[in-house]
Design a protein around this ligand. Sequence first.
Ligand code: ATP
Ligand code: MG
Length: 714
Amino acid sequence: MRYQGREVDVEGRVRLVMESALTARDRVGVQDFVLLENYNSEAAFIENLRRRFGEGLIYTYIGSVLVSVNPYKELEIYSKQQMERYRGVSFYEISPHIYALSDTAYRAMRTERKDQCIMISGESGAGKTEASKKILLYYAVTCPINAHMATLGDRLLQSNPVLEAFGNAKTFRNDNSSRFGKYMGVQFDFRGAPVGGHILNYLLEKSRVVHQNHGERNFHIFYQLLDGGDDNLLTTLALQRNPQNYSYLVKGNCPRLSSVSDKNNWKVVMKALSVIGFAEEEVQKLLSIIAGVLHLGNTQFGEGEEGETCITTETHATNVAKLLGVDVSALGEALTHKKLTAKGEEMITPLNFEQAMSARDALAKAVYGRTFTWLVEKINQSVALQEEIYHSGKGCSVIGLLDIYGFEVLQHNSFEQFCINYCNEKLQQLFIELTLRSEQEEYEAEGIAWETVQYFDNKIICDLIEEKHKGIISTLDEECLRPGETCDASFLEKLEDTLGGHPHFVTHKLANGKTRKAMGREEFRLLHYAGEVNYNVNGFLDKNNDLLNRNLKEVMCQSHNQIVSYCFRREEVMDQKRPEMAATQFKNNLMKLMEILGSKEPSYVRCLKPNDAKQPGRFDEVLIRHQVKYLGLMENLRVRRAGFAYRRRFEAFLQRYKPLCPETWPNWHGRLADGVSTLVNHLGYKAEEYKLGRSKIFIRFPKTLFTTEDALQA
Ligand code: ATP
Ligand code: MG
């Protein structure tokens, strides 16, 4: 037996090679948490992670869930040779890896013809996007190619740099933070070749376009354009090279990044756009919009002769109009006035200085946000499944990849964190449902009696948020629509009226009329499945309303820039019905996502961030403990361990342990089940320690197995 360098070669889920099993286990920990002796102990869980991380082993399983710790350095475990190692090899026969998970999902799709989904979660900077890219690359490299769609893999891969340029930014926690959620479904033909793809995007953080916190940046594309665009291009767009000249780029006081080269990435993005199939003219229009947003940010207001609000920076306004393809005077008018329809009559009222500023910012956010959606749609057209393949009658299967924000608890939590954490509640609900379902199915298939699992059902929290009429989202919508004076404070009052006393909802008001000291008067607290979070209601109404004055929409839908006029449809202006509000829109999108995911066989990747300094080799236990809690990993483990820690097919079990029993050694010639039965009787397994199913042995405690393993090593 060999111990191969830093890699522990493992056969089965427990076999640790070369040194005695025990010493290796001491040193590198167990590669599957279900084999932890004390599976209820968070300390043991973290210790196991720490040991493995110390040995450069970033991956560990909880059954079929892959836990990954960001190494913050390039590891030599992602090469083509490594891909080959994992291809077609059973999940547990080799050390845990993102490729093992990718390959298992792929094979399940091929052999069982079942759609798969891989859900990746974790907090910002934990490595979700990197993981999703590795999975996609694994498929692009290892899957066969369909001759009709030879370049599809490339186009799917190239969608990443494009979406990252427009949807990622440097934040305090991650230099390349995805500011949107993403689901990508990859379709495979009957031979297992990728033939199509589809991307769904969620809740882009549009507020970043107009404001960034200290040390953070706007979306990468702005800096890439200024740094990488050639002189001619910048002249056409009336741009200067220095980002400091643009008020939308200086809020965070962080124009450059040491870890990324905007100039190089610019080239990558331009190349990617052309691979995906964007025409040169389209790219021009797209960049005009980006430049238009920058000029919009520099458009300032002042007071005219009669005290009215007017634009004081004509050049920028002219540039905005030119770049967005709209009439300059109509734009100026729409930025400083508001059109209202009351009782069938149109009224135009002037805006004051602050209102004009926020109308301008609202326009910038709307233009950018809608352009992002357009971009996703364009990519979707490029990677869309071709009809003739779809209708070839041989069927396609899908592997979905979900790279979506994990639970977020910041110092100040607002509307965005509320939506993100709501999303995580839904995913947790799905996780429990699917895990229990698959456990139950396996027990049934094996003819073993199902044992009820105790777990916390977070439906109560989902209902609290999404229930019609009295849930938080409904209440928020009502407050936004209610005529008269409504504000964030009145929203909070409404919540207190309808939800006061709910076991998962808390405000500063105590039932006895007194005040809870630890909470602000503008806050409500939700007791999420993963822990408590306080939300400050300031800005909830505005963010949910996400309003753009109608006259601004009117101007935009007349644009000569086809992307702009596509994004602002005439019907929207004509239609008097109010569009769905942000939270409801998000809720409806989530419902659809749950349907998509729920119809597939799931696998999970749970990403952890080892330290806040983005440094290799540092394992901050406090930080890890926090994430283990918010990712619900102990609950994962509990559900998975509720019945049996370990299960293995008869032939594999017999093959491995047959030397321990004279009747099974060197070969067992009877029925496999009888062989296993003879073997475990000889080993002295007690009845409560194991069960024999139709094709597998189920062992309840890891200890039983370790004892057997140690006997083998002795
Ligand atoms: P966010 O929610 O902010 O988008 P994320 O979970 O998507 O965060 P990533 O962008 O995937 O985080 O990872 C952050 C950084 O960590 C990467 O830019 C990279 O430097 C490093 N990193 C993540 N995973 C790996 C890995 N497997 N190997 C090497 N470096 C990694
Ligand atoms: Mg990301």
